[in-house]
Design a protein around this ligand. Structure first.
Ligand code: DAT
Length: 200
């Protein structure tokens, strides 16, 4: 829309299989960013806004209400292929995200409109290390296996690559504190360049 004011700060999606370090990265990035960035943990947002339908005990996951948000069944968005997400979740996020200055932290990225994202970071982790992290989280075996397989099959990376322009998708290793620090400083540099390019 022509009436939209240009963003003063970017929208960064941080995605990855659960346990790869999205929230850890998003928190550090929000602290170190040269511009204020609001960290939105989309899973928490869904819970807070009661956009979920039910809590699935077996999977220890929330099933998102299909009328209220996108229908997510065990991390698979049923509407991702059709591109028609009947989503109240997106409606709720729209005014916040379009203003810019947001980090979206979620294990899936293809439900978001392409125009939202200035940068899509896909975190990757060695699957044995991921297994340990998810075990420590107390996930049921089935859920650990499912996520582990998804990481090996590069499900989240493929999804990001097929949803966004290749030049804005970056894949980053998240296996140790050094990775965390270097990833965040790389994103900070990217934010500085993004602002310079726009004369901000
Ligand atoms: P996610 O938000 O992707 O589910 P998280 O940020 O909660 O993941 O991290 C899961 C656990 O793994 C948490 O105990 C922190 C740890 N972790 C994640 N990335 C890490 C990294 N690069 N270095 C060290 N620990 C990391």
């Amino acid at each position: 829309m022509s009436s939209e004011t240009p963003r003063q700060a970017p929208v960064i999606i941080i995605t990855g299989t659960p346990g790869t370090g999205k929230t850890t990265h998003a928190q550090l990035l929000a602290e170190e960013s040269p511009v204020p960035l609001q960290h939105i943990n989309v899973g928490e947002w869904v819970k807070e806004k009661s956009l979920y339908e039910a809590y699935d005990e077996e999977w220890q996951s929330y099933t998102v209400d299909e009328d209220k948000a996108c229908l997510l069944v065990h991390h698979q968005c049923m509407f991702s292929d059709s591109g028609h997400c009947p989503s109240q979740l997106l409606d709720e996020l729209e005014p916040v995200v379009s203003a810019g200055g947001v980090i979206l932290d979620w294990h899936t990225s293809d439900v978001f409109p392409e125009r939202w994202a200035d940068l899509v970071v896909v975190l990757r982790c060695d699957h044995t290390q991921l297994w340990d992290r998810l075990e420590k989280r107390g996930y049921p075996l089935k859920k650990i296996q499912e996520n582990n397989e998804a990481e090996i099959m590069e499900v989240v990376l493929d999804e990001a690559r097929s949803s966004y322009a290749s030049e804005i998708v970056i894949e980053l290793k998240s296996e140790g504190t050094e990775d965390l620090e270097s990833n965040v400083s790389r994103i900070v540099q990217w934010i500085e360049a993004w602002r310079r390019d726009r004369g901000i």
